[in-house]
Design a protein around this ligand. Structure first.
Ligand code: KDG
Length: 345
């Protein structure tokens, strides 16, 4: 009886220990599985940590990290650490980088239709921008990227671009004559600055500050947030509020990597993109004026053009749309222009 009891209790102890071990084992492998499942989303931008683009992506990260319950982790790389706009788009297409937020302008190196957004003085105001970009035309542009291995998520605001330089005050296109101005790598921007009388030179964003410092260029053009937050006032003396073009940021994902994500994770990312874009645009607009003033406080002469002065810049670039309509595609251009006209009323 005693012996039988011993055998039974030994068996029970072994069974219990086995159960515990199995339990421990499975919980270890669960944690390991969870760890293995955790996906890191690297996001590359050219701007620095002070930029509204970075702030928008921080909001994106906050939402994704929380709503994916730790399945996804967003890591943002500013200052073109992972490469400039064109290089990072190549990485997205190859599936070696998850996300990036280039300006819309360098996308023209992949698809010329995107040059529609580069036309000078196209968008009359930010309300129209929001309606067009968040409407069917904006969505068609985002969707069109999938054929190139890119999933277009949403638009952030870069904003109306303003001219800066270290040589002289610019009040008219004639003042730009002979000035070496950096533009984004985009044929429409080059043509527009040529038409305005400047000597434009395309260059990746990360090289701009040093080029101004070393005086290999006289100036550049970017929204006031970038001009101020990238500290261009340290190397530039004049800033004209020209608002000559509005180019958005396109927040994009690698299609190759996107296709490996669960529907649930895709939904979290899309939701975070949408919510963070609302936040980012609002934040950007709040910053714009103080950044313009920040240039002034740091010794830059800020020139605000009268309507007549502005008109001279508009007149100088009025043929650019016709010049690029074939490349953009007449129908695409008309769709964009019609959509803008619809909301501009
Ligand atoms: O993060 C965006 C930058 O890489 C770049 O697109 C900024 O507007 C820009 C420029 O002038 O290149």
């Amino acid at each position: 009886m005693r012996k039988g009891f011993k055998v039974v209790s030994t068996l029970l102890v072994c069974a219990f220990a086995g159960f515990m071990l199995a339990g421990c084992g499975s919980s270890t492998s669960n944690t390991a599985e969870k760890k293995a499942e955790k996906k890191v989303i690297k996001v590359s931008i050219g701007l620095n940590e002070a930029s509204p683009e970075y702030k928008g992506l921080q909001k994106f990260k906050e939402i994704v990290d929380k709503e994916s319950n730790g399945r996804l982790e967003v890591n943002i790389f500013p200052d073109a650490q992972l490469g400039d706009d064109i290089k990072t788009m190549t990485q997205l297409r190859a599936g070696t980088l998850e996300m990036s937020g280039p300006s819309s302008s360098p996308i023209s190196s992949i698809d010329k239709r995107w040059m529609a957004f580069d036309l000078p003085f196209l968008f009359p105001n930010e309300e129209v921008v929001d309606k067009v970009l968040d409407g069917p035309v904006g969505q068609q542009f985002l969707d069109s990227l999938s054929q190139y291995g890119i999933k277009g998520l949403c638009y952030y605001e870069n904003g109306y671009r303003q001219i800066t330089n270290s040589v002289k005050e610019i009040k008219s296109p004639a003042d730009l004559k002979g000035l070496k101005i950096r533009t984004m790598e985009n044929p429409v921007h080059l043509a527009a600055f040529k038409a305005m009388g400047a000597n434009p030179t395309p260059m990746p964003f990360s090289e701009v500050f040093q080029a101004m410092q070393q005086k290999t260029i006289d100036g550049q053009e970017n929204p006031s947030t970038t001009n101020y937050l990238q500290k261009y006032y340290e190397v530039q003396k004049y800033n004209t509020i020209s608002k000559h073009v509005y180019t958005p940021f396109v927040i994009m994902f690698s299609q190759k990597i996107w296709d490996t994500l669960s529907k649930e994770d895709q939904a979290v990312i899309l939701k975070a993109a949408k919510e963070s874009s609302v936040y980012q645009r609002k934040y950007n607009r709040e910053q714009m004026k103080s950044c313009e003033e920040g240039m002034e406080k740091n010794g830059v002469t800020v020139t605000r053009l009268s309507d007549d002065q502005l008109k001279a810049f508009q007149d100088a670039t009025k043929d650019i749309a016709a010049q690029f309509s074939k490349d953009i595609g007449e129908k695409v251009l008309k769709d964009v222009q019609d959509e803008i006209a619809k909301y501009a009323k």
